[in-house]
Write a protein that binds this ligand. Structure first.
Ligand code: URP
Ligand code: ZN
Length: 473
């Protein structure tokens, strides 16, 4: 069963020279090797557009490097990742991209691209944007928080980047949390001796995210920009996105499995600090709103924000919630988890899963239809997925370089049986069988907003009025 963003149908796929050469109702013509996928699903390879391999933070560096992280990705059905350059003040965007490519090239097992991070905005930086877009780096990431780490940009900088980027058909990704507000709330909590992991969530209440999302949208509309909100987590922020769509203006949003499956009560349990990520995990009501947002098209993408740490690394900051290295592992587990909790439990159709995890990311980030599609001429990037198999997640059995999984003990319905990248099998039955270095750097095409208005094709469910927008606090 071939499952794409548009439809599901039975057919055979013929692959030649790394590309899909034939899709037919009958047997494909003479093949050197035949893979029997009877009873299974064939999906386009998963595209995870938000990963942080070997990301240095204040107390620790995320513990998957490009080698281990992309091997794990392959085992999870992911055939493309898009990671980030590490921009530092006083350096050019180009230099930061060059350094990041040096870290990744020759070590990646899946295809990869890079978003250009921007932590400082000046004329020289703005002048680089058109060049980078021409060279295939078409998306730029800015932070409205993380002032302590020197990564926060102000509103003028964000506006300027939105404007310049739109002029050359690029896309701006924003980490939308009000940094100064959350810093103030954090200081207040710490002064009161409130240092436990649950106060991470209290220091970043939904207002912190909603205000930043609304401000980013406002600035983007003023600049006629193209805006993509990373890791959207709350019903209120989702309402801001939906209201923008309802007003006839585009804005794109992603969410992540952790915000769909987990809630803030984990911070109260033993090892609560292991779950620290920003934005924090939210309420069960928010989870429901996010599923609905995906089904209705308000949220276009599921990425993972894969940024793993070991338990020991997390413990380095355990004495104070704001010192704990923030981030969660996820690149290897996203597909079975979203299948189980999204499709099997009835929140999404299988086609909606493929849209959010493969086709839409490919369209938004300039890779479609080479990636994100199963069409003649597309790269033979695919997953054979067995929707019948049941397994239980255990960090020990996974390939990510960490002893912690936020989903430890979760039972999944559906498993990746085989992952293929450009015609080569790179993982089979949870064993990596590709090679580090086979992955290629992807030069991406410009952003085409008219091909990405996913919400306009969705019928609004009648429950929407009392759903995401109806929550009060
Ligand atoms: O906690 C997170 N999300 N860590 C990774 C860096 C970021 O903010 O995306
Ligand atoms: Zn991130």
């Amino acid at each position: 069963m071939i499952v794409t963003a548009e439809k599901s149908y039975r057919a055979e796929i013929g692959i030649k020279d790394g590309r899909i050469a034939q899709i037919s109702g009958g047997q494909v013509s003479a093949a050197a090797q035949v893979l029997d996928a009877e009873g299974k699903w064939i999906l386009p390879g998963i595209i995870d557009v938000h990963t942080h391999m070997e990301l240095p933070m204040e107390l620790a560096t995320s513990c998957d490097d490009f080698t281990t992280g992309t091997r794990a990705a392959a085992c999870g059905g992911v055939t493309t990742i898009i990671d980030f350059s590490l921009h530092r003040k006083g350096t050019s965007l180009e230099a930061s991209l060059r350094d990041r490519r040096r870290a990744a090239d020759g070590r990646v097992a899946v295809d990869y691209g890079l978003h250009a991070e921007i932590v400082e905005v000046n004329e020289a930086i703005l002048d680089e944007i058109p060049r980078l877009v021409r060279d295939g780096v078409t998306s730029f990431k800015l932070y409205m928080a993380y002032r302590r780490d020197g990564r926060m940009v102000d509103d003028g900088g964000l506006y300027a980047v939105l404007k310049r980027t739109a002029e050359v058909s690029g896309l701006v990704m924003v980490h939308a949390e009000n940094g100064p507000l959350l810093e103030h709330l954090t200081e207040q909590l710490l002064m009161d001796g409130k240092v436990a992991p649950i106060f991470h969530a209290r220091s970043r209440p939904h207002q912190v995210e909603e205000e930043a999302v609304r401000r980013a949208i406002y600035l983007s509309r003023f600049a006629h920009g193209h805006l993509y909100i990373v890791h959207l987590t709350t019903s209120q922020a989702l309402s801001a996105v939906q209201e923008t769509h309802d007003g006839g203006f585009p804005v794109w949003a992603e969410t992540c499995p952790q915000y769909l499956l987990l809630d803030e009560t984990v911070y109260l349990g033993e090892g609560g600090g292991d779950f620290i990520a920003t934005p924090p995990l939210r309420s069960p009501k928010d989870r429901e709103a996010l599923w609905l947002g995906l089904a209705q098209g308000g949220i276009s993408v599921i990425s993972t924000d894969h940024c793993p740490f070991t338990k020991e690394q997390k413990r380095l900051g355990m004495e104070r919630f704001d010192r704990i290295p923030n981030g969660l592992p996820g690149v290897e587990t996203s597909l079975p988890l979203i299948y189980t909790h999204g499709v099997y439990q009835g929140h999404l159709t299988a086609n909606q899963l493929v849209a959010a995890m493969s086709a839409n990311p490919a369209k938004i980030f300039g890779l479609y239809p080479a990636k994100g599609a199963l069409e003649v001429g597309s790269d033979a990037d695919l997953v054979i997925f067995d929707p019948q198999v049941e397994f239980t997640i255990s960090a020990k059995a996974l390939h990510m370089n960490t002893d912690f999984s936020p989903y430890q003990g979760f039972t999944c319905r559906g498993a990746v049986q085989l992952t293929m990248l450009r015609g080569r099998i790179i993982a089979q039955n949870s064993q990596f069988c590709g090679s580090s270095g086979y992955g290629q750097f992807l030069h991406r095409r410009i952003f085409e907003p008219d091909n990405c208005q996913f919400w306009s094709t969705h019928e609004k469910a009648s429950s929407s009025a009392g759903g995401p927008a109806g929550q009060e606090d």
